[in-house]
Design a protein around this ligand. Structure first.
Ligand code: NAP
Length: 261
């Protein structure tokens, strides 16, 4: 019901500018395409310039508005330059999806400091940089939406993934803290921990024998009896960035086919 005084129900994102990190592949690509289809102008930010440009070109060809922007989220100067470019080309960003991520497997006692710092650097500090650089635009607008892509592995733990799981647990903590700090300013901050989504990252893990068998074998162990699709994460993200989701903040919204409850 959207009667007088009721909640706004529009999911239309026309007039909004979104930054999606790691937008050139997998989940980030599906999120970029979905937000553009819903009307947002999308900055596809990726360390892989070719994939960012390709994604933006496809969105444009499909009738949306997008630009590809090369940036490594661990590089503060690059993030600042990327967001300045977005603001100049598309307008001030008020939607941020921190999706860029790096996986890590291996016994805990064999993790060297460089690996630990690299994984935390991309998955957690990268989100820190992007939040700090984009939030001033949201504060200026008095409105903002941040969706951090964490991982279901941080909900239950995962052996041989200590650096990854720690980084993603940090993302959940960052989300909750920012939600409380910026809620009074019209900005919501939520996290989606995906579980088993068919992307290049998952297929790379499969190829390295880290999934204990083919991806398809996991269908029978997944309550909804299918593997997740990048579009599943995009759909949840698309909802969280709407006006309609303005009372949802600080939440961990699992999208995992029931693999974690
Ligand atoms: P993906 O296909 O590997 O896509 C990740 C994208 O992020 C790639 O384009 C990658 O570029 C980019 N990227 C990596 N490091 C970056 C950096 N430092 N700066 C900017 N861009 C960077 O992986 P995905 O499966 O879609 O994963 C997306 C997110 O979901 C990640 O945060 C991941 O941890 C999370 N997640 C995925 C699953 C799953 O089942 N797939 C489950 C839980 C969580 P390159 O191609 O150059 O590396």
């Amino acid at each position: 019901m959207s009667g007088v005084g009721g909640p706004a129900t529009s999911r239309d994102l026309h007039g909004k500018v979104a930054v999606v990190t790691g937008g050139g592949s997998g989940i980030g690509l599906a999120i970029s395409e979905r937000l553009a289809a819903d009307g947002a102008a999308v900055a596809v930010v990726d360390r892989n310039a070719a994939s960012a440009d390709e994604a933006a070109a496809k969105i444009d060809a499909d009738g949306g508005t997008a630009i590809g922007v090369e940036a490594d989220v661990t590089d503060r100067t690059a993030v600042e330059a990327a967001v300045a470019q977005v603001a100049q080309s598309l307008g001030a960003p008020t939607i941020l999806v921190n999706n860029a991520g790096l996986e890590q497997f291996g016994p805990f006692l064999k993790i060297d400091l460089d690996t630990w710092q690299r994984v935390i650097g991309v998955n957690l500090t990268g989100a820190f940089h992007c939040c700090q650089v984009v939030l001033p635009h949201m504060l200026q607008a008095g409105w903002g939406r941040i969706v951090n892509i964490s991982s279901s592995s941080a909900q239950g733990g995962q052996p041989y993934m200590a650096a990854y799981v720690s980084s993603k647990a940090g993302v959940i903590g960052l989300t909750k803290s920012l939600a409380l700090e910026f809620g009074p300013k019209g900005i919501t901050v939520n996290t989606i921990p995906p579980g088993f989504i068919d992307t290049p990252m998952l297929r790379a893990s499969e190829a390295k024998g880290r999934l204990g068998g083919p991806v398809e074998e996991h269908e029978g162990r997944t309550p909804v009896r299918r593997i997740g699709r990048p579009e599943d994460i995009a759909a949840a993200t698309a909802f969280l960035v709407t006006e309609e989701a303005s009372y949802i903040t600080g939440q961990v919204i699992g999208v995992n086919g029931g693999r974690n409850t």
